[in-house]
Write a protein that binds this ligand. Structure first.
Ligand SMILES: CC(C)(COP(=O)(O)OP(=O)(O)OC[C@H]1O[C@@H](n2cnc3c(N)ncnc32)[C@H](O)[C@@H]1OP(=O)(O)O)[C@@H](O)C(=O)NCCC(=O)NCCS
Length: 392
């Protein structure tokens, strides 16, 4: 399309930094939460390497770190974990809403609308202070697994369960979504789920976090910003990719079919879900971590089918496109192994990323400047308005 610009805007645009479609490479703000580096430093959450957090820490520690700014000591962590279970209760309005949701509703739509409703009945609804925003973030972290599990159980006529005080956040999430707890396999699954929650927690200005920050920059409430983020995460180019990857594995069905399936899809110029990244062109450090865990879980569960399909797809993508798997790719292997219902994969991502989103909303409002970029006008140049009775 030829670009016709008004003369004054054309001059204005010349004096501005270059236009970058999709804001690729643009620095859109400052953040102390996360460093995404393709080099030696790698991915850091508030300065801590992702590998150390994922392998030696727990998701609760990461959530605390993102929301409160420092790693908790033992007492802080125990209090935080105990309160997470205590606050995992849905208000009456949510029960009414979930009772009325059509069985055809997409779980991400339920999460988005559910979070919006939670904002109406939050005890701090009218308080937009920093302290209130931290309390709201904490409540959301506690309530989201219940929202997701309860809606899924109602639609599928399964008995409802409550989180247990003797289980960690990941163990409870696995229990709420799959009924599994306690045995050796369930423990191994919960450990890998914990790792995946840590890896999913934060990734600077990705599309959903950016959506949250843009919304927060109008100084609106935290729930409005989180509702924007959930809408953005739903898309298959972002959080929806983990579910799409699992659908692909099911469609491929066996390791023997994988190579032909991928080559045919590429010949049709289809995108293979779980590959590529806007920022990480040389590979995603998180992918190597979850791949190791997905492989070991496959061994523990005695079912290597999904892992073998995945490695075959990975091999062809490397050969054909030079593209690397992103975090969603091997996460789908792990979630298939855990028996998490597929439509809940992206909602599980929400249970983790809520920590990064909330930390960003708080950070944005601590140093706010309204986000209001410009557009490059591509419409017609100025033309005469013709009144309706004179129009052909
Ligand atoms: C994430 C994503 C949107 C980033 O895209 P981007 O930075 O805009 O990269 P581009 O769309 O410019 O792609 C560059 C090239 O790689 C190709 N490509 C990128 N991702 C691809 C994929 N998953 N499968 C096949 N080809 C892919 C594009 O077709 C393009 O090729 P071309 O130059 O021959 O047209 C993209 O890689 C994608 O769609 N991946 C699949 C969805 C996914 O896994 N999302 C989760 C992201 S964490």
């Amino acid at each position: 399309m030829s670009v016709v610009m008004h003369e004054s805007l054309a001059t204005d645009v010349k004096n501005r930094p270059a236009y970058s479609p999709g804001l690729e490479g643009v620095i859109a703000g400052e953040s102390a939460l996360c460093l995404v580096d393709e080099g030696e430093v790698g991915l850091l959450y508030r300065g801590y390497p992702i590998r150390d957090l994922a392998e030696d820490g727990t998701f609760e520690e990461v959530a605390y770190l993102l929301l409160f700014g420092h790693l908790p000591n033992q007492k802080e962590l125990e209090d935080f974990s105990a309160q997470l279970t205590e606050h995992a209760v849905l208000p009456h309005l949510l029960e009414v809403f979930l009772g009325a949701v059509p069985s055809s509703a997409h779980p991400m739509d339920i999460v988005r609308t559910g979070v919006s409703l939670l904002g109406m009945v939050d005890p701090d609804a009218a308080d937009h202070s920093r302290a209130a925003n931290v309390r709201k973030s904490f409540r959301l972290l506690a309530q989201l697994p219940m929202l997701i599990a309860t809606s899924y159980r109602l639609v599928n006529r399964k008995p409802r369960v409550r989180p247990r005080e003797d289980l960690s956040f990941a163990e409870n999430l696995l229990y709420l979504l799959t009924d599994r707890k306690g045995d050796d396999q369930a423990k191994a699954m919960a450990r890998v789920l914990d790792v995946s929650l840590t890896l999913y927690a934060e990734h600077e200005f990705n599309a959903s976090t950016f959506a949250a920050r843009v919304t927060a920059s109008t100084m609106t409430d935290l729930y409005s910003a989180i509702t924007s983020a959930i809408g953005a995460l739903k898309g298959p180019l972002h959080g929806g990719a983990n579910e799409a990857v699992a659908e692909m594995f099911l469609d491929i069905g066996s390791r023997e079919r994988a190579e032909t399936w991928v080559r045919e899809a590429l010949a049709k110029r289809r995108r293979i879900m779980g590959f590529g990244h806007r920022v990480l062109k040389k590979g995603d450090a998180r992918s190597a971590i979850i791949q190791r865990h997905a492989e070991s879980l496959s061994g523990i569960c005695g079912d290597r089918r999904w892992y073998e399909i995945a490695t075959a797809v990975d091999h062809v993508m490397e050969q054909e496109k030079g593209l690397h798997p992103n975090l969603d790719f091997y996460t789908a292997v792990a979630y298939l192994q855990m028996g998490i219902p597929r439509p809940l994969y992206t909602p599980v991502f929400v249970c983790s990323r809520i920590t990064g989103w909330c930390a960003h909303v708080i950070e944005q409002q601590d140093h706010n400047r309204l986000m209001r970029p410009r557009a490059l006008y591509t419409g017609p140049s100025k033309r005469e308005y013709v009144s309706i009775n004179r129009r052909a």
